[in-house]
Ligand binder design. Sequence first.
Ligand SMILES: Cc1cc2nc3c(=O)[nH]c(=O)nc-3n(C[C@H](O)[C@H](O)[C@H](O)COP(=O)(O)O)c2cc1C
Length: 113
Amino acid sequence: MSVRPGTVGMASGRVLVTYATRLGSTREAAQAVASGLRAAGLGAEVKPAKEVHGLAGYEAVVVGSGLYVGRWHKEVRGFLSRHRQELAVLRWASGLARSLAAAPSARVPVTKV
Ligand SMILES: Cc1cc2nc3c(=O)[nH]c(=O)nc-3n(C[C@H](O)[C@H](O)[C@H](O)COP(=O)(O)O)c2cc1C
């Protein structure tokens, strides 16, 4: 599977929306993302990162996590680490803007989780 940022809108197959949460808001965000994808005519499946054991059958993957003391949830970091060879990832995180700005690129690059 090969996914390039900016091309998800062109996908016609299934999209995996995976996430990890402590308090539940990232799960709700994942469900909202999947609803938006379905409204756009895509197939979308929502699954906790710890329950994803393979990416076969997915054309694109969206990954989300809460931020906890500046870090993504360990289950998302594990997911990214397990699938790093297969993924170019569109990332989002919920939390305060200052930490959010610093976290995705500075602290959790996809190639070094
Ligand atoms: C223990 C703890 C640490 C947190 N650390 C951060 C942080 O470093 N930066 C941030 O922006 N938000 C932080 N937050 C806020 C969470 O990222 C935010 O509430 C998020 O929506 C939680 O996602 P969840 O409901 O999916 O667990 C923290 C929350 C908790 C409970």
